[in-house]
Design a binder for this molecule. Structure first.
Ligand code: GTB
Length: 212
């Protein structure tokens, strides 16, 4: 039986690949692991059956045999550790790739993304937005300098790049990425990978089916 992941039945991002099942789908595609998807509504996510899989009532989850996992980073790491192709074999390079996964997840980009999605109607939004944007700019500048003209963050494409690209994509609506051409090109390199395209098309097909 292939593993099963959960994803939004009707994603609020309208199929733009911003929900966190996208990175799990991408990792599954990169390692060539077929998978099933169970679509869940917002209401179903808060029901006991889903809460047993995900304590916070969110997507994505991952079930494979008697293993159930939540947290997209943990799921991608699990896949990368059990399949070839997403982590280097050499121990130090492997540790560095995992460090990039953590770096991708611990970022001011998530805070900005959440504010842009859920806080627009708040009285303090207009005042807070520039602070969040400047914080992101600092991180993007640092990241861009580290990447330089390299193709990927540390040698060959890894789970660290997969996580970083998915996190940087969250800036699509902000216009910030365009200020850093090296990072825009880096994201574009991720997006043209065949595994990314397959994952993107699969989640877009869910949105199209839900709205047709
Ligand atoms: N840290 C967890 C992980 O990485 O897996 C975070 C999981 C998470 O935030 N899941 C969100 C969720 O289930 C979906 S991805 N939310 C429902 C809930 O909490 O009730 C976050 C997300 C949602 C919507 C958009 N969007 O519309 O663009 C983008 C990202």
């Amino acid at each position: 039986m292939p593993p099963t992941i959960t994803a939004f039945e009707n994603s609020p991002d309208r199929g733009r690949g911003q929900a966190r099942d996208m990175r799990v789908r991408w990792a599954l595609e990169e390692v060539g692991q077929p998978y099933d998807v169970r679509l869940v509504s917002f209401a179903a996510m808060k029901q006991p059956a889903h809460l047993a899989l995900h304590p916070f009532g969110q997507i994505p989850t991952f079930e494979d045999g008697d293993l159930a996992l939540f947290e997209s980073g943990a799921i991608v790491l699990h896949l990368a550790e059990r399949h070839g192709g997403l982590l280097p074999d050499e121990a130090n390079a492997r540790a560095r790739a995992i460090a990039w996964m953590f770096a991708a997840l611990n970022t001011p980009i998530v805070e900005l993304g959440m504010a842009m999605l859920f806080e627009r109607d708040k009285g303090w939004y207009e005042e807070r937005l520039p602070v969040l944007r400047d914080r992101v700019r600092i991180r993007l500048g640092e990241l861009s300098r580290r990447l330089g003209d390299a193709e990927w963050l540390d040698g060959a494409f890894s789970a660290g790049d997969l996580m970083m690209v998915t996190v940087l994509r969250r800036l699509n609506a902000s216009g910030l990425l365009e200020e850093y051409p090296e990072l825009s090109a880096y994201v574009a390199r991720g997006e043209v990978r065949p595994a990314f395209r397959r994952a993107f098309d699969a989640q877009l097909a869910v949105f199209k089916a839900a709205t047709s």
